[in-house]
Write a new protein. Structure first.
Length: 183
């Protein structure tokens, strides 16, 4: 199988452009292209590391993620090893979009990339509940949730800034009385 990823890296073309090149029929990877042939005769550590970093840096583009996921099982094992290592090093230290792309690729490949599980949510899941659009993928910190329950009586109303000074004073008195009763 001719690997588009290796061909694009060898030609110094961004991986995110593969669909456009495929439509224009400008992409002509040879099925006999190997890492050695693509990178000029030898697959040195430096060249493999550079190729892996190019792949990692392109993870901010969903098209590049799709291409790498599609061809992952056909990559030479040494390249897969370098890419996996580079992605684990880059995970959480690169831009948010690259991290999201790495997480998306890991999910597409069934957890073959990342050595640790990421509990963060990467895609928004919006639902309409009770006529309001609500995000269902907010992570809940148990300590914050407990504190919010314990101090719910002392929370200022959401429209507090729009209230008149007399109304603000009344709310402050009510909250003070409530706190004194709870002590």
């Amino acid at each position: 199988m001719a690997l588009k990823t290796i061909w694009l890296v060898g030609k110094n073309i961004p991986l995110s452009q593969w669909r456009k090149l495929e439509v224009l029929k400008d992409m002509k990877p040879d099925r006999h292209d190997s890492l050695d042939r693509t990178f000029g005769g030898s697959s040195s550590d430096k060249k493999l590391s550079n190729a892996a970093n190019i792949i990692v840096n392109s993870m901010s583009h969903p098209d590049a993620v799709d291409l790498v996921a599609e061809e992952w099982n056909f990559f030479p094992s040494i390249l897969r090893m370098y890419v996996t290592s580079a992605m684990n090093e880059a995970f959480g230290t690169r831009s948010g979009n690259k991290t999201k792309g790495i997480v998306r690729l890991d999910k597409m490949l069934g957890g073959k990339i990342l050595s640790k599980v990421d509990s963060r949510r990467t895609d928004r899941d919006l639902r309409v509940i009770g006529g309001e659009v609500v995000s269902r993928q907010r992570r809940v910190n148990p300590a914050v949730a407990g504190a919010m329950r314990a101090h719910a009586a002392f929370v200022l109303p959401s429209n507090y800034n729009q209230l008149t000074p007399a109304e603000k004073k009344k709310i402050q008195r009510q909250m003070t009385e409530e706190r004194r009763r709870n002590l």
